[in-house]
Design a protein around this ligand. Structure first.
Ligand SMILES: C[S@@+](CC[C@H](N)C(=O)[O-])C[C@H]1O[C@@H](n2cnc3c(N)ncnc32)[C@H](O)[C@@H]1O
Length: 369
């Protein structure tokens, strides 16, 4: 299913990167409900927030439109879907820490999975856009929990929830003027056993505590000495930071698809590592931008969620990219929940796959060759 029909129009819409016979659709009923709001209004300068694959962008592509998302993969999807529909666009792509366009006359928002990200986004909208700017948000009704509703009440007025249509609701509101302290959305915690202090912007993975899979890999890291290391899907960077402490001559490159994550990891490098010229950071979709045969060691605690969808496809893409990027004798170290079938995926790609450690929840694999 790649043809989206909504409000009398049709678009070719796919998730990104494109997968042959992808069983997952690139839009949902909540997108169509927001299309109906768009049709009823005459917006001059809409701002889209968290438009995952470009469904909200399609009907607005012919006009001035701005779209903000923390996901680099979403930014890529917007461009790919515009191209697939031969739409030339005046799209202004925005990352979460950029200033919002002050000309915005309406906001269309899809609910992110992370409550901290939603609060940061609502606070920024309320602080930077004129009070009374209309906002329409849509989501599956079950996601509009009391905590989510309380956030809309805090940053908006005249908040109304529509009746349920196709399991979704639209929240209609206007923005309130609320004082904004960017630091309020940053969380910090320490790992005294490794002398690490970690800072997290809103929505960053494990922003309240160390992930238990990461803790297991930290206890079984590969020996020091790899020249070029990649922390793939780095989150706060805890794996790469610890390896860098143990192996001070290694160069470590931190990669993630989230802009707020990469902003966090840059701060964590500056706080925790003495010689920051050895370390680099980048937003990327897995290792798409990384040169082949350019790394000796890749550390990876792969995601198995993409927003609300449970999926193995990102992990599989990470493994394929790692195979291409590793030098001869290079190693990929993966920590994963033991129920996930990663051993077989790795075995299909790499000559040797060893289990280096396991407990009742996790496996650590070393793949090479
Ligand atoms: C399970 S978390 C691991 C984070 C960190 N390494 C740790 O162990 O705490 C997976 C990370 O992968 C990132 N990620 C998801 N999709 C990605 C993609 N396509 N390319 C790069 N990183 C991605 C997520 O943003 C998240 O930070």
């Amino acid at each position: 299913m790649t043809i989206m029909t909504s409000c009398g129009d049709q678009w070719q819409l796919q998730r990104y990167p494109k997968i042959a016979n992808d069983p997952l659709q690139a839009w949902e009923a909540a997108d169509e409900l927001l299309h109906q709001c768009m049709v009823e209004r005459n917006d001059q300068a809409p701002l889209l927030v968290n438009d995952q694959w470009g469904a909200l962008l399609m009907p607005l592509a012919h006009q001035q439109v701005a779209s903000v998302s923390d996901s680099y993969v979403s930014h890529c999807a917007w461009l790919a879907n515009l191209e697939a529909n031969q739409l030339t666009s005046q799209l202004q792509r925005i990352t979460p820490l950029d200033p919002l366009p002050t000309m915005t006359d309406v906001v269309y928002l899809k609910l992110p999975k992370s409550l901290s990200l939603l609060e940061f986004q609502l606070a920024k909208l309320a602080a930077e856009l004129p009070p009374q700017t209309p906002l329409f948000a849509a989501a599956k009704s079950k996601l509009l929990t009391p905590s989510v509703r309380a956030l809309f009440e805090r940053y908006c007025e005249t908040v109304e929830f529509s009746l349920i249509q196709r399991k979704c609701r639209v929240v209609s509101a206007t923005l309130k003027s609320v004082p904004y302290a960017a630091n309020a959305f940053i969380s910090q915690w320490q790992l005294p056993e490794y002398q690490l202090q970690l800072t997290h912007h809103a929505g960053v993975f494990a922003r309240n505590q160390l992930d238990i899979g990461a803790r297991f890999l930290l206890a079984h890291l590969p020996p020091a000495g790899a020249a070029q290391v990649i922390d793939l899907g780095c989150g706060n960077g805890v794996l790469g930071l610890r390896y860098a402490q143990l192996s001070p001559n290694s160069r470590v490159h931190f990669v993630d698809e989230s802009y707020l994550t990469i902003a966090s990891v840059s701060e964590n490098i500056a706080t925790n590592l003495p010689n920051s010229s050895l370390y680099t950071v980048a937003v990327d979709d897995c290792l798409t931008a990384q040169a082949s045969h350019s790394a000796d060691l890749i550390l990876c605690n792969p995601p198995f969620h993409q927003e609300h969808v449970i999926t193995e496809h990102i992990a599989q893409q990470m493994f394929r990219d790692s195979k291409r990027v590793l030098r001869k004798n290079g190693e990929l170290w993966v920590v994963a929940n033991r129920h996930l079938p990663y051993y077989h995926s790795l075995k299909r790609l790499f000559r040797t796959v060893k289990t280096v450690a396991q407990n009742n929840k996790f496996m650590i694999y070393q793949a090479r060759g």
